[in-house]
Design a protein around this ligand. Sequence first.
Ligand code: SF4
Length: 458
Amino acid sequence: MYYSYFDVFSIGIGPSSSHTVGPMRAALAFITSLKEKKCLQNITRIQVTLYGSLALTGIGHGTPNAVIYGLMGLKADTIDLSQNYIAKIEETHKLLLAGVKEIDFRKNTDIVLEKQTFLPRHSNGLKFQVFNSDGEILYEDVYYSIGGGTIIRDGEEQPKIVQKNVPYPFNTGAELLKICRENRMSIADVVFRNEEALHSFKAVKSYTERLLHVMNNCIEKGIVTEGKLPGELNLSRRAPTIYRRLEEKFHQNDEDPLMIVDWINLWAFAVAEENACGGQIVTAPTMGSAGVIPAVLRYFSRFASKKSPFDIAIGQGLFLLTASAVCSLYRTNASISGAEVGCQGEIGVAASMAAAGLTAAMGGSTAQIENAAEIAMEHHLGLTCDPVCGLVQVPCIERNAISAVKAVNAARLAIRGNGNHLVTLDSVIKTMLETGQNLSSGYKETSLAGLAKNAFTC
Ligand code: SF4
């Protein structure tokens, strides 16, 4: 199954692709279906029930607000957050369904949290029910947010976004390597040809520029924005302090050889903190893990490349296209949802994508790229998802920085080798899935175990 570059990297609002972007898209899909049925005018009430992980950590992840945005017909990539929609609804108790039909709405009672109930298909389930003035249910539907902002409607086999015809489809790493070998193409070439068939050269180019713009914007905003992160942990943003210290060291001509690590940490912190504050983010592959790829990309353009701006731009394109192919393999054969396989599916996959992308941008062979992706995941196996108080802050923000550095190391290890290695990317993906299935639910975005249980009482 081939997952498009446009699906792997999408632009949305933080802090969580599965708990913010996915529920927002589900609400929008439900309300759009009602619009198509022309029944909006008969609706007087709506109730949304969040199940399992969405109920347990949804408040900290901003799920209720995201659902409201979707019900209003707003989209994650174009929403204007300065409009303060939620504050207005909380004040007036009125919600404009799909932007056209006003109904009474109280966030605390019309969004129900079913913390003990996990729907069988996925732990991130949401049910939408609409009622008429007699209190009768007019329509109801269940959706699942399965990771990376992707949703499935109950009763549908697969998400609609993957049903596309491309010239070079692949399901496994072995198939991808075979396509590259037989057609003398790089991994980035394969993705580019597939995307050209789905979109156009111009569309791929301008989308890449847009992704880079949002990622860079996030870094630039994150390194200078002071203040507290939202939520009861009462944490301050750390990126601006790190940035000031690094600038001082730079002006003092400090020759600490490990300062590069500090810069990578800074860029990852900047994006992860923007995400925690609900900023505009690129899912890479999720929002909780969105700091890894921008930090490694910035490392490539700042430190790993002594080339011209043109060569850097080409390298960034190779980086993102290659990373997209790696993500497609994880989505096809495992999962990128912390609620399904723990943090190895989010930060682990981000590091695997970043390592592969960096190796490609640095001129590595196809075998070295596969090796880099495999090394990065191999050393994230078993990583649990235990966000403290359900907030995408601890351990998430530091974890982005640690794993960005790990991704650079994986790429460097692969580049220093000849591409021969014992553990294949396919086998490490299979292992990641099995490990995730064996993790108890407390370690899968429920905040019931791990650091969430021991570090702080919420
Ligand atoms: S621990 Fe990892 S998977 Fe869980 S919310 Fe944080 S970044 Fe996402």
